[in-house]
Design a protein around this ligand. Structure first.
Ligand SMILES: C[S@@+](CC[C@H](N)C(=O)[O-])C[C@H]1O[C@@H](n2cnc3c(N)ncnc32)[C@H](O)[C@@H]1O
Length: 267
């Protein structure tokens, strides 16, 4: 694929002086309306700690997380920042949910015990992650909103996907960062989009001879949902696919047998 369009769009942005993120920023919050979903209402009513989300994520979260509302779901968010998203999850999922956040920034410890538990460490540290999951008693939902570096996303996935509950969900946010050099993007071998390609190949390993290359998800990735900037991996026991043909080649139904007439049936 030609790199020219990417190089030209980069150049245009640099010359215009507008950062890539700023051009998508709304000037002011939307007013809360009765038509909004619960999660949107909670999000737009936030007047405490900052929570930073792309707007189109909100209905997607509803789609994937609604089934966990009011349950004892165990959720881990990578990236606490100002603690606002932990508040969002607490309000949305309810008091029974076990909500943990991790962050590399020690200042985030200030949010421990408010809407969930906060532990300080790196998402690339396998022993640290395993310890947090032990403390949580397992995990049903992981949301990676951490460094967005391709190599960190991969490291967390390698550790956490095997620890995820059998029917768990693994969400990765802001994957558009894969188009930026700063985040192991563009032509880096750690580019997340390359990982996505491998996951797709692995999920279809029945149909080619390369085998499964990502050990962490092998035999357990039953769905890979790619939305704009948000990717959702669905965990389950992957069964060998089977297909069958039913119906008739000529498409015609067999002639219907009419009701038996008693009189004819009698001698
Ligand atoms: C985008 S912010 C999180 C935003 C928050 N989830 C929200 O929705 O408001 C990213 C966070 O990831 C943290 N972070 C960066 N590198 C990390 C790493 N290697 N491990 C864990 N957290 C990291 C940063 O300190 C920052 O607080």
């Amino acid at each position: 694929m030609s790199r020219l369009p990417l190089i030209l769009s980069d150049l245009k942005r640099r010359l215009s002086g507008v950062s890539r993120l700023r051009q998508y920023m709304l000037d002011s919050p939307l007013p809360v309306t009765p038509q909004m979903s619960d999660l949107e209402r909670i999000f737009w009513s936030t007047d405490g700690n900052v929570v930073h989300k792309w707007l189109h994520y909100l209905p997607l979260y509803e789609r994937y997380l609604a089934r966990y509302r009011g349950t004892k779901v165990r959720m881990l968010e990578i990236g606490v920042y100002k603690g606002g998203s932990l508040h969002l999850w607490r309000e949305y999922l309810g008091p029974q949910a076990v909500i943990y956040g991790i962050d590399i920034n020690p200042d985030c410890a200030a949010f421990d015990g408010i809407d969930g538990q906060v532990r300080i460490g790196s998402q690339a540290d396998a022993a640290f992650l395993a310890g947090v999951i032990r403390e949580m008693g397992g995990v049903d939902v992981v949301l990676d909103d951490g460094s967005h570096m391709g190599r960190h996303i991969r490291a967390s996935l390698d550790t956490l996907f095997p620890l995820l509950a059998d029917d768990g969900l693994y969400l990765i946010e802001d994957v558009h960062t894969a188009y930026s050099r700063r985040y192991d993007g563009r032509f880096s071998r750690h580019n997340f989009m390359r990982l996505l390609g491998r996951l797709t190949d692995d999920m279809h390993h029945w149909y080619h001879s390369a085998g499964q290359r990502i050990a962490a998800t092998a035999d357990h990735l039953i769905g890979l949902h790619i939305h704009d900037s948000l990717v959702v991996l669905e965990k389950g026991r992957k069964e060998k696919p089977a297909h069958i043909q039913v119906g008739r080649e000529d498409g015609r139904k067999p002639a219907a047998a009419g009701p038996r007439k008693e009189a004819e049936a009698q001698p």
